[in-house]
Design a protein around this ligand. Structure first.
Ligand code: ACO
Length: 427
């Protein structure tokens, strides 16, 4: 069977043989299809990139129809149950699970970079008392590039590895500082004797003179949440990371761009939007009215639907179990009943069933964060911390990919052309 596609252009009657590799054709192979010799040639039009591969990747595999998510070939269910977030980070970045010594060496290296320059702290102190933590973290991480100017040497693999470690280590410190700032509490410095997740919780919640010890069940749940959010192949923010990286900008600036993409309510801001929605609904009795507005197209049911998963989001199942474990420690979140009722109705309702809209990872994560004591404004930050791993893995992969070039899509131009300038008084 020939691995080609035969295309007949009915405008000219000409036939073209287009090679097929991995069920994909190269868009540039269509350029030869022209009516006149001086035509530009055929392009594809794909707003939102719903059927366009922008890269070859070996990091994360998703089968949206079957609800499969694998990091470097390992199913997310097994990683969430058996692994730790630091181990998953090593796996995503290096391609293989670490041996014992490799893991402890990796954790040690991350510990080594958790502190931020005092000027970073001072810069953060200058934000307004009610500054949104995402705005704070995006601008602060971007500012890190001024502290590490050598980071722009992105073609040097060793330099890249150093910046990767710095970012993974410093993002939780800055994230915790944004929270302390919003509370008006002194910033807590990292404690390198603690695990990644314990350290983050401690920087968030330790009060002066108080020997805060995070509850192991909450540490475990947060570690699982971090694992579930670590990567998700070519999503909006990872694509931004790759796009900015393609111009060879430093990884701190690229991280800031990716985090800005994550902040939107249709992406990582969805968990914040879910909680606002649940609070707005407030009570189970109001659910049918809200659902009606969703079906009329007046509102979106936040935390539902996914560009890729069209049967279920495997992360949502794991998170639901996580929520139960956390609520055992913190007490049940009263909004859980509203969420369960929304889910129950949506899974039976023709509108949602027909459009294959199922709970996504963000439907329950916000309830857990709230139970842990976090305000909704911190939710997207809690997403950005683990997604740092995915962004960096994707960024490093793209820089090593010889086929990648600066990202520069084409357009179908339908605007005005060749008009003569009209002087102001004649308009
Ligand atoms: N509530 C109600 N209707 C919806 C929803 C929703 N959450 N999501 C999609 N639909 C409807 C659309 O109105 C559309 O209906 P139509 O065919 O009658 O016009 C149909 O389902 C298809 O929707 P699209 O917007 O075309 O789907 P797309 O794949 O572009 O969007 C997205 C996916 C952005 C996630 C969307 O489902 C959404 O907005 N969900 C709510 C926000 C959310 O939870 N985002 C988090 C995503 S997961 C993540 O980033 C971690």
């Amino acid at each position: 069977m020939p691995e080609t596609l035969t295309v007949t252009d009915n405008r000219t009657g000409k036939t073209f043989e287009i090679p097929v590799t991995n069920d994909t054709i190269r868009a540039l192979d269509l350029r030869q299809i022209k009516v006149k010799d001086d035509d530009f040639g055929m392009m594809t039009y794909d707003p939102g990139y719903t059927n366009t591969s922008s890269c070859i990747s070996r990091v994360t595999y998703i089968d949206g129809e079957k609800g499969i998510l694998e990091y470097r070939g390992y199913p997310i269910e097994q990683l969430a149950e058996k692994s730790s977030f630091m181990e998953v980070a090593y796996l995503l970045l290096n391609g293989e699970l670490p041996k014992k010594a490799e893991l402890s060496g990796w954790e040690e290296e991350i510990h080594h970079h958790t502190v931020v320059h005092e000027n970073i702290k001072r810069q953060m102190e200058s934000f307004r008392y009610d500054a949104h933590p995402m705005g704070m973290i995006i601008s602060t991480v971007a500012a890190l590039s001024t502290f590490y100017p050598e980071a722009k040497n992105v073609r040097c693999a060793e330099n890249r590895r150093l910046q990767i470690k710095r970012l993974i280590a410093k993002v939780p410190t800055i994230a915790a500082f944004t929270f302390r700032h919003s509370q008006g509490h002194p910033y807590v410095y990292p404690n390198n004797k603690l695990s990644y997740t314990e350290n983050f919780l401690t920087m968030m919640f330790r009060m002066v003179g108080n020997d805060y010890e995070p509850n192991p069940a909450i540490v475990k749940a947060l570690d699982v949440l971090f694992t579930l959010h670590a990567d998700h192949e070519q999503n909006c923010s990872a694509s931004v990371m790759r796009a900015i990286g393609s111009s060879e900008a430093d990884p701190y600036s690229a991280w800031a761009g990716a985090a800005a993409a994550l902040y939107g309510p249709l992406h990582g801001g969805a968990n914040e939007a879910v909680l606002r929605m649940l609070s707005e609904i407030g009570d189970v009795s109001k659910v049918p009215e809200y659902m009606k507005k969703c079906k009329n197209g007046e509102l979106r049911l936040m935390g539902f639907g996914h560009r890729v998963y069209k049967n279920y989001d495997p992360r949502a199942r794991i998170i639901k179990k996580c929520a139960d474990d956390v609520f055992e420690v913190t007490g049940r979140n009263p909004l859980l009943d509203v969420a369960l009722e929304l889910e129950r109705i949506a899974l039976e309702d023709e509108y949602f069933v027909k459009r294959k809209l199922y709970p996504n990872v963000d439907f329950y994560s916000g309830l857990i964060y709230q139970a842990i004591g976090l305000p909704v404004t911190m939710f997207p930050v809690l997403f950005a911390i683990p997604r740092t791993i995915g962004w960096l893995a994707q960024w490093a992969e793209s820089l090593e990919d010889k086929e990648q070039r600066i990202q520069r899509p084409r357009q179908v131009f339908l605007g005005e052309r060749e008009r003569d300038y009209v002087p102001m008084e004649q308009r």
